[in-house]
Design a protein around this ligand. Structure first.
Ligand code: CP
Length: 343
């Protein structure tokens, strides 16, 4: 059974296939390609775009979606292996996941990073438990390590605005925030842009390294696609000539900064606010991207978000278009003999 919870489920050729199909389906929608299909959507964390775009993709394709908010009308779920369940979580994911898998044709999951240990987050235990136990295809709506649907929507937006991406200079710039955020979005932009052949530059303050495994994976994709990956603390050098400016906050590397000091480290770099001056360091025709939600005038200045370079609304719309393709692929794959329980 195939799942889509990480970019490695697609690889370089799979990224091209999804982007190509999404571009085609934007021009000529596929009709009721998900008729009678049922998606179970499990949220351990909140969402606006992800929830609405997945539900819209299911409903417009003729299917249906069930939304479950863990801890909000749904039992709180324990996920620790071997846990003594004497706390406020009355059900373990080891029962909850296979039970849900018996009701639906696929499961979509959102589960955020703990931010306590980058290595533990990179191991992605909750979404990998869904892969192991669901009995149906699983699609990520963001996990501790990656937000792969966001990465595909980012690249679709770049393809639409900039054309071919092989060798295209794109810059991921760290942005300030009121608190440290997960690394899933920057990881997925890095991985997907590298797979699409971009010349990816990552600029962040010292101590805010992305996970080493993800950087290595991105470099492997770049070697295959003709792209490149460079990392620097010099934001202006990274932006010089760049056609894409992608702003995003993420927390410091837990190996560099203890979690208790992470908020203070983020607060120490308010000068990384993305303004018109930041954008002026990039190519004149550069587009500005952010996955949203964005804290105006904390991460990014109003003038950038409301200015002519901003493509953040197209980027959010493109979540729908790439997910429609992914859901079609996952839900129409040959169903294995499942839900059959003959004594
Ligand atoms: N970009 C994104 O995933 O948005 P939501 O958190 O609102 O779903």
């Amino acid at each position: 059974m195939r799942h889509f919870t990480r970019l490695s489920d697609l690889g370089v050729s799979g990224v091209e296939a999804v982007l190509g199909a999404a571009l085609a389906w934007k021009k000529q929608p596929p009709g009721a390609h998900l008729r009678d299909q049922l998606l179970g959507m499990v949220f351990f964390n909140p969402s606006l775009r992800t929830r609405a775009s997945f539900e819209a993709a299911m409903l417009r394709g003729g299917g249906h979606a069930i939304v479950l908010e863990v801890g909000g009308g749904v039992w709180k779920l324990e996920d620790r292996a071997g846990a003594i369940m004497d706390n406020d979580k009355p059900e373990h994911i080891r029962e909850a996941i296979p039970v849900l898998g018996r009701y639906v044709d696929a499961l979509a999951v959102r589960t955020f990073a703990s931010l306590a240990d980058d290595d533990a987050d990179a191991a992605d235990p909750v979404i990998n438990a869904f892969r192991e136990l669901a009995g149906v295809p699983v699609v990520s709506m963001e996990s501790a390590r990656e937000h792969p649907c966001q990465g595909l929507a980012d690249l679709l937006t770049i393809r639409e605005r900039c054309g071919a991406t092989r060798g295209l200079p794109v810059t991921l710039v760290w942005a300030p925030h009121i608190k440290p955020l997960p690394k899933a979005v920057p990881h997925s932009f890095l991985l997907t842009a590298a797979a699409a052949g971009c010349g990816v530059r990552v600029a962040h303050p010292p101590g805010f390294d992305l996970h080493g495994e993800v950087l290595e994976e991105a470099r492997r994709y770049a070697a295959e696609s003709g792209g490149s990956v460079t990392v620097t603390h010099d934001r202006n050098a990274a932006l010089a000539g760049s056609r894409v400016v992608y702003a995003k906050n993420w927390g410091p590397a837990t190996k560099s900064v203890p979690p208790a000091e992470a908020a203070a480290q983020v607060a120490a770099h308010k000068d990384w606010l993305v303004t018109g001056k930041t954008l002026a360091a990039a190519a004149q025709e550069a587009i500005f991207l952010h996955c949203l939600p964005v804290r105006r005038n904390v991460e990014v200045a109003d003038a950038v978000l409301d200015g002519a370079h901003s493509r953040v609304l197209d980027q959010a719309e493109n979540r729908f278009h790439v997910q429609r393709v992914l859901l079609h692929d996952l839900l129409n794959q040959k169903k294995e003999a499942r839900h059959v329980h003959v004594a």
